[in-house]
Structure formats: structure tokens, C-alpha cells
Design a protein around this ligand. Structure first.
Ligand code: ADP
Ligand code: ZN
Length: 722
């Protein structure tokens, strides 16, 4: 048998199946590897490359349902596409290694039924604490020791003598059943538009088969309620559903709505789970007990027993691209997973990605449209603040126009939001006297001041430092000044402007874990906060009924870099942020501060001309031969020794395939020319869509000698050009 191991090895390894064991593809098994024992998955019949006598035996099979065919095909497909070893992809499927063994039973305690006088016989004194333990156990179910100790108000040591004396005995509790979402509960009454869209999705789930549907609805049109109906249909058909969210840590409101619709929370999958939770969820997904999974991109790789529907919410989100380890785009791979499983997938967005729009226009994807907000709410009005005409006071960042609007909004008892996609206090700190800039010692990047935590931080490698009291270059004392704003600085300015406002700052470095995020979102929704200042975290699907003003501090910020998707991404992000305003009965207003009112992205946002913007952007990509009209791949060469990295990069440049529909640019210094102390060079490959770019890349890279200290990584369909 061939067994694929969750390790970055080239291929599955052959093993012998010992007498008495029957194995089929998909079975989870334990096998020896060198001196270790590793859990893997049976991938098929042996290759026959190794003489039977040299094969080692499979140790045992785990008692877990096998990984279904679609799940295995998916691992192979993704590995080929992103050019990673299949074992590295399998590792994401085995996201909770210890889950393969059954969970340790929960031990609980109950009265043994022995008469209390055994206590005397055993020489045990029934202290008041011990009596309380017995009293607690007299009524009610068996309880685990910590719970018992809490209820009886005694220390955990109080129990042992009672067990020793035979008054109390231990029992193993069966695992708590996974709650099943109840699709029979009535949902909210849908509007006619919503009903039509929901019916179309339900039809696709019922008839099964692979379809991709773009659910394209304006912000606040009730897209979630609509795809809940598709989830209900999958449940009714007895199958599993997966909902991918870009930022699961911020999904408290989503989870509440799911619970309101289905009577219980779904299974969650993200990096913030405890090991025990991971193990339980993994097993429930593999057994089919977990009927609905909501998760971040990694949830796509779970071993679903019978997946019947995938929903990708906010499908345009950059967070779906995983940049470390196996580099993949979860939205694109979700479409592949749906194809392999022959099931429908729904891509949801108010500002779909250009790739998806092109696929919808060409008819490859179906499109459902929700053109209006629910309950008579109207889309917010977007206005420009031309910073050339109405500049902020010196050293500040909020124009008087925006400042007045904030004051008026809060005075009316409404909420406001200020958006700036930059963490920290200031992106750059320099010496007033000599101009020395504080830079990361390991990266080509400035250190960002975080005043709330009193640290300078590198946003690329995490390096931390304290602000030096003396300039390292000219030795001037206390000469450092902050340049430019981050959210913390905007919050400081807003607090000075609105001293009575209850203010909250929302940025990933200030929120520790999903519970904190949830608490903050709830405080805003409950109007315990008047003004939210935040990074892109605030743009996500939140629904704050009293929020009527959104101020975008620097609408030009994302346009500066000028990479392939800068315009598209800025449009999507600002449109999403704008969509937070006026979602209930009070109309919303958005103010975009800009120095470039004539920029096509800014102009399209103000005109509300999304489709016009897309049409223009699509035409441009087509003309430039850029995705989605061509394939793109980045090759990154990195290593600690600069000369060595240059040698490899140049060798790649010399041997690069050119012509016949493929073109390679570079090598060039990456914008992050040094990252974590490693020098980096980039090559960019463009190829016609008909070409098998992976095969060409593999052939090419294999021709170049790469020393062990140098790493060559391929990023197929790159989104980051750093
Ligand atoms: P979107 O995801 O399109 O931005 P949501 O699904 O978040 O919109 O819906 C916005 C708000 O409107 C939510 O609070 C939702 O519960 C509510 N809503 C959606 N559809 C309806 C409806 N048919 N009737 C009443 N409320 C609705
Ligand atoms: Zn750094």
C-alpha cells in the first residue's frame, strides 16, 4: 500500500499490510518512518518499486472513518496546482493529529450506593466538606471532579478519600453529542428578491452537482439570510455544509445569526481553538456528526464525510490567500473542492473579485443579484473631502469637514467610524536633527511606533524595540518625531476633538483573540461606544444599526503601491467600509479624505458606479495581458547570503523559459529586499492561460543548482508582490 504522510516529502511511501489487517484507500494508519512512528493516509495500491522483502509493516489502522475520495483527490490537486508536496497539503487535512485516537473518556463521580457506615469501617471521618460532596451527589447526574468540588465548596483533594472508602465511584461519561442545527425552524420572512435568490440556491443544493454561483448583493441586502436557506437545504438533504469566512475571529454577529436561524452554533474551525476543541471538531467532521462547519481558509481541508455545499462569504477578501507554508487561495481552491465533490458552491460579495466577475460574465458562473438593502434602508451617500481645498490643521489628519461631521453625528446620538488601514501610532519615526529613520534590523522596513503598548514594531518579522532616548546616528537627545498617522494617532486626535465621546480602537494587534473581538463588537452594537477607530477589521460584515457616519482618513493609501490589484482592492475595501454606514432606518453618509479626487477608483466610489469601474479594470487587464486573462506566478529566491541568493536568481534568469506564450521578468530585488535577515529576489512569470505553467516552472527550476541555504518558492497566482 502507498501511504501519504503529512510531511513535505515528494511522494507517498510503500508499506506492507501485515496479516490480519485489511486496508483501503483513505484509511488512516500508523506507520514507521526511520525511528519514528507517523500517522498517514492510505493513498492506494503500492507502487511496486521496492522489493516486497524491504517493505516495512503498517503498524495499525486508526478507528476513524476513511478520508473520502473527494478529499484525497483534493489534496493531490492542490499540491499539483500550488507546487507543494502532497504531504504538506495533507498536513492541513490532518489539522489535529491527536484526533486520530478516540478522545480520553471524561471521568465523572457518583454515589456507589454503599451505606454511609462503610465510612466508619474504612476509618474515614465524615467532615462537613465530605458530607457536602455526598449531598451534592445525592441528587443530579455524575459530575467531573472539578465541577463537584466547585458545587460542594471543597478542594479537589476532598474527593479522593471518599472514593478510597468506596462511598463514591468513578464512571466514564459518553462524549457529549454534537448539537445538530435545526433546519426546520422558520427563517425570517424574506423579501421577494431574497426569496428568488434563495430558491435558486436551494434548487442547486437539491439537485446536487457542481455549480458555481455568485451571490452579488449590495451591503445590507441580507446575503447571509439568503445563503442560510442553501445551508438549510443541505442539512435537509442530510449532507454537510461549509461556510468560509475571511476573519472568523470577528464573526460573533454571524454566529449569533446562525444560532437564531438554526437553534445552535455550528462547528468552528480556526487557529484559535484549544487542542481539545480541535480534536473533537475534527472527529465530528470526519464522522459526519458536525453538520455545518464555519471556518477560516484552513477549514476547507478538513476531512468532510459528506460535504454537500460550500459558501465563501466575502469572496473578494485578500485574507483568503495563505502566504506562508502551502501558498494557496482558499476561494479558488474551494471552487476546485466543489468540482471534485460534485457539489454547488456559492461565492458571496457586494464587491466581487475581478476574477469572479469575469467568470460570471462569461457564463462559467451563475449570478444572483440582490440590488437593494432590506427594510427600506438606502445605500449611504459617499462624498469627497478634497484635502487640497480643506486641509487638516498642521500636524493633524482630520479635515475640518470631517471633524464637523463627526461632531454633528455624535450630537445626534448616532455612531461614527473612522477608518485607516494602518496599525499603530505612526508608520515612521525619524530624528528631527539628522533625519535618521528607525529601521528594522532584520528587514527592509521601517519600525512602526505602537504607543499603546509603548513599543516600536516591525510589521513584517515582529521585531520589537523601545524608542531609543538618544539618536543612534547623531546622539541627539529625545529627538525622535512620529511621521504620519496610524489608527492610534487618529484615535488620539479624535479624543481631543470629541472629549466626551466613548471611543474604541479596533486593530488586530490590540485585540487578543476571538473573545475580545466579540466583546468589542457587542459593545459597539449596544451603543456603548460612540466612535470606532479602526483598520480593515472594522470593514468586515458588522451590522451596527446606529452607525451613520464613516470617515475614511486616507482614501489614497492603498493606491500608492500600484501593484496589479491596487485599484481593485482599494475599491473593494472602501466600498465595504462605506457599507457599514446607514444599515438600519437612519441614512448613512461616507466621507473620503483624498488628495486625488479625480482618480478613477475614487471617482467610481463616489458615483456608486461599481460595474463601470469593473468594466474599465477588466478592459485594462485584458489589454495588459494580466490575470484573469493570463496566468501569473512569482518565483522568490531567499537566503541568508546575499551573493549566493544573487547567483541562484541570476541562474534562474538566464535559464528562464521565454517565448511560446510564456515570459519571465527579473530577477529583481523584492520590495522587501531583506526579510527576517534573508535576502530576497523575485522573478515574475506571465503565461497564456492555455499553458500548463506548473509543468514549465518545475522543469525550469529543476535545471538550476540551489544550495541548501537558499530557498526557491513559487507563488502561483500571487496577490502579494512584496
Ligand atoms: P449583507 O450580508 O448583505 O450585508 P446581512 O445578511 O448582514 O446583509 O443583513 C443585514 C441585516 O438585515 C441583518 O441584521 C439581517 O438580519 C437583516 N435582514 C436581512 N434580511 C432580512 C429580512 N428579509 N427581513 C428582516 N431583516 C432582514
Ligand atoms: Zn523586521
Amino acid at each position: 500500500m502507498r501511504v501519504l504522510l503529512p510531511l513535505p516529502l515528494g511522494e507517498p511511501y510503500d508499506y506492507r499490510v501485515p496479516e490480519g489487517l485489511t486496508l483501503s484507500a483513505g484509511d488512516y494508519v500508523l506507520v514507521p518512518l526511520g525511528r519514528r512512528e507517523v500517522a498517514g493516509v492510505v493513498w492506494g495500491a503500492g507502487s511496486g518499486r521496492l522489493a516486497p522483502g524491504r517493505l516495512r509493516d503498517v503498524i495499525r489502522r486508526f478507528d476513524v472513518p476513511p478520508l473520502p475520495e473527494a478529499g484525497r483527490a483534493f489534496v493531490d490537486w492542490v499540491a499539483r496546482y500550488v507546487m507543494s508536496p502532497p504531504g504538506a497539503v495533507l498536513r492541513m487535512t490532518l489539522g489535529a493529529p491527536a484526533a486520530l485516537d478516540p478522545p480520553a473518556p471524561i471521568v465523572a463521580y457518583r454515589l456507589s450506593g454503599a451505606a454511609p457506615d462503610v465510612a466508619g469501617e474504612a476509618g474515614l471521618r465524615l467532615t462537613p466538606a465530605r458530607r457536602r460532596v455526598l449531598d451534592v451527589l445525592t441528587d443530579g447526574p455524575p459530575r467531573p471532579a472539578p465541577e463537584l468540588a466547585r458545587e460542594a465548596g471543597c478542594g479537589p483533594a476532598g474527593l479522593k478519600p471518599l472514593v478510597a472508602a468506596g462511598l463514591v465511584e468513578a464512571v466514564a461519561l459518553p462524549p457529549a453529542p454534537v448539537p445538530v442545527p435545526d433546519w426546520r425552524r422558520p427563517g425570517i420572512a424574506l423579501t421577494p428578491d431574497q426569496r428568488a435568490a434563495a430558491a435558486a440556491l436551494v434548487g442547486k443544493v437539491q439537485s446536487g452537482g457542481f455549480t458555481t454561483t455568485l451571490l452579488d448583493g449590495v451591503t445590507g441586502s441580507g446575503k447571509t439570510e439568503v445563503y442560510f436557506e442553501a445551508v438549510a437545504a443541505a442539512l435537509a438533504a442530510g449532507r454537510q455544509a461549509l461556510v468560509l469566512l475571511p476573519e472568523i475571529a470577528l464573526s460573533a454577529q454571524w454566529l449569533d445569526r446562525f444560532a437564531a436561524r438554526f437553534g445552535t452554533r455550528p462547528a468552528e474551525w480556526h487557529s484559535d481553538l484549544t487542542q481539545a476543541r480541535r480534536r473533537r471538531t475534527w472527529r465530528a467532521v470526519a464522522s459526519g456528526e458536525a453538520r455545518v462547519v464555519v471556518g477560516a481558509r484552513s477549514a476547507l481541508f478538513l476531512p468532510y464525510a459528506d460535504l454537500g455545499l460550500i459558501v465563501v462569504d466575502e469572496e473578494h477578501e485578500g485574507a483568503y490567500k495563505q502566504e506562508d507554508g502551502v501558498v494557496y487561495h482558499a476561494r479558488d481552491m474551494a471552487v476546485v473542492r466543489a468540482h471534485l465533490g460534485r457539489i454547488p458552491i456559492v461565492l458571496v460579495s457586494a464587491t466581487p473579485s475581478l476574477e469572479t466577475v469575469v467568470n460570471a460574465e462569461s457564463g462559467r458562473y451563475d449570478r444572483l443579484h440582490l440590488p437593494e438593502r432590506v427594510g427600506g434602508a438606502v445605500l449611504p451617500h459617499i462624498d469627497l473631502v478634497d484635502l487640497r481645498a480643506a486641509p487638516p490643521p498642521r500636524g493633524r489628519f482630520l479635515s475640518p469637514v470631517l471633524a464637523d461631521a463627526l461632531t454633528a453625528t455624535l450630537a445626534a446620538g448616532e455612531q461614527a467610524m473612522l477608518f485607516l488601514n494602518r496599525r499603530g501610532y505612526a508608520p515612521l519615526t525619524l530624528c528631527r536633527r539628522c533625519g535618521h529613520r528607525l529601521q528594522c534590523p532584520h528587514c527592509t522596513a521601517w519600525l512602526v511606533e505602537h504607543r499603546l503598548t509603548g513599543r516600536l514594531k516591525c510589521h513584517h518579522c515582529g521585531h520589537r524595540a523601545v524608542l531609543p532616548s538618544q539618536c543612534p546616528s547623531c546622539a541627539a537627545e529625545a529627538s525622535f518625531v512620529a511621521c504620519g498617522p496610524g489608527v492610534e494617532r487618529i484615535a488620539e486626535e479624535a479624543a481631543a476633538l470629541l472629549p466626551d465621546a466613548r471611543l474604541a480602537v479596533m486593530a488586530s494587534d490590540l485585540i487578543h483573540g476571538p473573545a475580545e473581538a466579540e466583546a468589542l463588537v457587542r459593545r459597539v452594537a449596544a451603543h456603548e461606544v460612540d466612535l470606532v477607530v479602526g483598520t480593515q477589521l472594522v470593514a468586515k460584515g458588522h451590522h451596527f444599526p446606529l452607525l451613520t457616519l464613516v470617515g475614511v482618513v486616507d482614501a489614497d493609501l492603498g493606491l500608492a503601491g500600484g501593484d496589479l490589484r491596487a485599484g481593485e482592492r482599494t475599491y473593494q475595501l472602501l466600498h465595504q467600509v462605506a457599507g457599514r454606514a446607514g444599515r438600519a432606518d437612519r441614512p448613512g453618509r461616507v466621507l473620503l479624505q483624498t488628495y486625488h479626487p479625480e482618480h478613477p477608483v475614487i471617482a467610481a466610489l463616489v458615483a456608486g458606479d461599481r460595474d463601470g469601474f469593473f468594466a474599465q479594470e477588466i478592459a485594462e487587464r485584458r489589454r495588459a495581458g494580466m490575470p484573469p486573462f493570463a496566468r501569473l506566478a512569482a518565483v522568490i529566491v531567499a537566503g541568508p547570503d546575499r551573493a549566493q541568493v544573487d547567483r541562484v536568481a541570476q541562474a534562474l534568469g538566464r535559464t528562464a523559459p521565454q517565448g511560446e506564450g510564456i515570459e519571465v521578468l527579473g530577477p529583481a530585488d523584492a520590495p522587501l529586499a531583506i526579510l527576517r535577515g534573508r535576502h530576497r529576489r523575485r522573478l515574475l512569470v506571465t503565461a497564456e492561460r492555455r499553458l500548463n505553467v506548473q509543468a514549465a516552472l518545475a522543469r525550469w527550476i529543476a535545471t538550476v543548482d540551489v544550495p541548501a541555504a537558499v530557498r526557491v518558492t513559487v507563488d502561483v497566482d500571487p496577490y502579494s508582490f512584496l
